[in-house]
Design a protein around this ligand. Structure first.
Ligand code: FMN
Length: 240
């Protein structure tokens, strides 16, 4: 339906490392793209993410060395930090629970009960943590026994929880970048940064993690470092 337009956006989006200083990015473009990012698929609709649009010029300057003086950060017209908030799981579970409760009218009662149980029983089991990692062991044991006779989700500890929130946040970052491309601007995702300094600059709590920082602007030809090449399709796409 939108295949041709989508292909154009995919082709247009390149990681651009040098932005034109004379062309600002309208605020609406960033705002709209961030709002589109919130519509990204995410694990259990928990939305354990936050997007920090760095608007203060002082902070933007501070971020250049935090991003290891990368040219994308130096020349960025706008910077957005994508952050995971695994620590907000309880708040977001309650939010989902209440949303389901609010929308009961005319809805299938068994679906509602399933939803309420999911956010009050299953989600705490997935996200609950303790300082010694006992919950991770409990989760693994439950999954092991439940999985003996039939397929069962394999939950784990710290690493699995982090992967879950990072996956969803990266999808939001991708929606953001595609939206920026659709608006005729360019972006560069960055994982080359000092996560401790970035966290401190944003005043983030211990449970937050930086997913990536995205530089945005009007890209230049020098900002494209070479042709776009990918390993052959046969090496990565399989029909099984
Ligand atoms: C998670 C992630 C981190 C990245 N970090 C950086 C980075 O720190 N600096 C940079 O110049 N490019 C970075 N990139 C951009 C990649 O190098 C780029 O996407 C890749 O070479 C493919 O090129 P393309 O985006 O133009 O298709 C990153 C990309 C991703 C997805």
């Amino acid at each position: 339906m939108y295949s041709t337009e989508f292909q154009k956006i995919i082709d247009f989006r390149r990681s651009n490392r040098k932005f034109d200083p004379s062309i600002p990015v309208p605020s609406e473009v960033i705002q709209k793209s961030l709002e589109r990012a919130t519509l990204s698929p995410n694990s259990s609709n928990m939305q354990l993410w936050e997007f920090y649009w760095v608007r203060s010029e002082k902070l933007k300057k501070e971020f250049v060395p935090y991003c290891l003086n990368q040219s994308a950060a130096k020349t960025a017209q706008e910077l957005v930090v994508f952050v995971t908030r695994r620590d907000l799981w309880s708040k977001r579970a309650k939010w989902n629970y209440n949303k389901i409760k609010e929308s009961t009218e005319g809805q299938d009662q068994s679906l509602i009960k399933g939803g309420l149980d999911y956010y009050s029983k299953a989600i705490p089991l997935v996200y609950m943590r303790d300082p010694f990692g006992f919950m991770g062991i409990v989760r693994r044991l439950i999954c092991f026994f439940m999985g003996i006779r039939k397929p069962f989700v394999r939950l784990g500890g710290n690493a699995e929880q982090r992967i879950t929130v990072q996956k969803s946040c990266a999808l939001a970052a991708q929606t953001f970048m595609l939206s920026i491309a659709a608006e005729g601007f360019h972006s560069c995702p960055m994982e080359g940064f000092d996560k401790y300094r970035v966290k401190r600059a944003l005043g983030l709590p211990w449970g937050a993690e930086i997913n990536m920082i995205i530089a945005v602007g009007k890209g230049t030809e020098e900002g494209i470092w070479g042709p776009r090449f990918r390993v052959p399709n046969e090496e990565v796409i399989f029909e099984v």
